[in-house]
Design a binder for this molecule. Structure first.
Ligand code: ZN
Ligand code: ZN
Length: 264
């Protein structure tokens, strides 16, 4: 490899494939996605014994759940949305893949990640519009893209519904990590607005995001869509933070590598 070091990095990449950015094993072929196929196939669907039938939040036992199977947030109407689906837990290989996609800017990952997301949607559901969770323009400018928008576009074909940028972010919100549920709701309240010229009246809207934590961001967007006449609002995330494990919420790697951590 000593002679090869003299080549420009881009040329070197064409000749020698990268190592897998998830497991570190050498890749056997050159691809736009620097992840080996076993790692792309590894993320497992979320399985929780006790969860709210409406927002899907997992619980350690069924004691926080009401007799109808809903959690108190949903009973009190604070969830804002009608249903929430997520493929897997925001941990392990799935978390690495999301970081690679979002912060490593490996945009071609949108397609395989959207394939996982589509698996989380029950077959009987049909949507009229797919709405990506908006990023504030300054953050979008920094990153160069909105990860939720790329996932939404990759989902459009699979779910047979058009993508609409129906919501925009009016102001930048502080990172949600470390805030309580009510602080999260306060943090995002008034942060969103409907885009002009788009009607959601009588539509079943699917809000799409990469990661969902408490659902406070989704709740704020769902409430906005409902006020504009949306018939039903469902939420689809690639991963959801399992708040039963507090370590995931306060992991320093989230803060250092992202600056913004988990937003939803
Ligand atoms: Zn791998
Ligand atoms: Zn719930």
């Amino acid at each position: 490899m000593t002679a090869a070091k003299k080549f420009p990095a881009a040329l070197l990449k064409l000749v020698f494939p990268d190592d897998c950015r998830v497991c570190g094993k050498p890749l056997s072929e050159v691809s736009r996605i620097p992840v080996c196929s076993p790692c792309l196939a590894t993320p497992k669907p979320f399985i929780a014994e006790h969860f709210c039938i409406s927002c899907g939040t997992p619980y350690l036992s069924d004691s926080p759940l009401l007799p109808d199977g809903r959690c108190r947030i949903c009973r009190d109407g604070l969830a804002g949305f009608d249903a929430a689906f997520a493929y897997g837990e925001y941990d392990g290989p799935l978390r690495k893949l999301i970081h690679l996609f979002k912060y490593g800017r490996v945009k071609p990952l949108a397609k395989p990640l959207a394939r996982l997301m589509a698996q989380a949607v029950p077959r009987e559901h049909r949507f009229d519009l797919i709405v990506p969770m908006p990023l504030h323009w300054t953050r979008r400018w920094d990153r160069g893209f909105n990860q939720a928008e790329l996932l939404a576009k990759a989902l459009a074909k699979r779910l047979d519904a058009p993508v609409s940028q129906a919501i925009r972010r009016k102001r930048r919100t502080a990172p949600q990590a470390g805030l309580t549920n009510s602080e999260r709701r306060a943090n995002v309240s008034g942060a969103f607005a409907l885009s002009t010229g788009i009607s959601v009246k009588d539509r079943h809207v699917l809000l799409v995001d990469d990661v969902m934590t408490t659902g406070a961001t989704a709740a704020a967007c769902a409430a906005l869509l409902k006020r504009a006449g949306a018939k039903r609002v469902s939420v689809l995330a690639l991963a959801r933070v399992d708040r039963r494990k507090s370590s995931v919420m306060s992991s320093p790697s989230d803060v250092s590598s992202t600056g913004s951590s988990v937003n939803a």
